[in-house]
Design a protein around this ligand. Structure first.
Ligand SMILES: [Zn+2]
Length: 131
């Protein structure tokens, strides 16, 4: 889906191009997808391990939520349990218990876990592609 678009430098621009973010739902998916893949929100797209896998996961999440009033990335539709990090600043990460952080990223805010989403993806560091 993104293959025909010009290569973006960082995630916010790429997702804006796809118009996900025009509804506000897109930012939720961006934050949740990066968490699920263990990718820091500040990772350049070129340094993301398995970018096709991330895009495939995005398709699965969007398909799973199609037609639902409540958007969920956790699989739960219970209030307060629909996201891993989005909208959960200072609450414990569902995976490791570290406080979820919220930071500004351009004109958007991003939610992320500093432990589950390290600044440099471990796989890329191990492969010597960055660092
Ligand atoms: Zn975590």
């Amino acid at each position: 889906m993104l293959a025909h678009l010009p290569a973006p430098t960082y995630f916010p621009r790429s997702w804006r191009v796809t118009k996900f973010q025009s509804t506000g739902i897109g930012n939720l998916y961006k934050c949740e997808l990066l968490f699920l893949r263990g990718v820091s929100p500040w990772t350049p797209v070129g340094a993301v391990p398995d970018l096709p896998g991330l895009v495939a996961l995005a398709h699965r999440l969007l398909a799973a939520n199609r037609g639902r009033w409540t958007q969920s990335s956790t699989g739960s539709l219970h209030r307060g349990q629909t996201t891993y990090v989005y909208g959960r600043r200072a609450q414990p990460c569902r995976r490791c218990g570290t406080a979820v952080r919220k930071d500004e990223q351009g004109e958007r805010v991003t939610y992320w876990c500093p432990v589950c989403q390290p600044e440099h993806p471990p796989a890329a560091v191990q492969n010597g592609t960055i660092g």
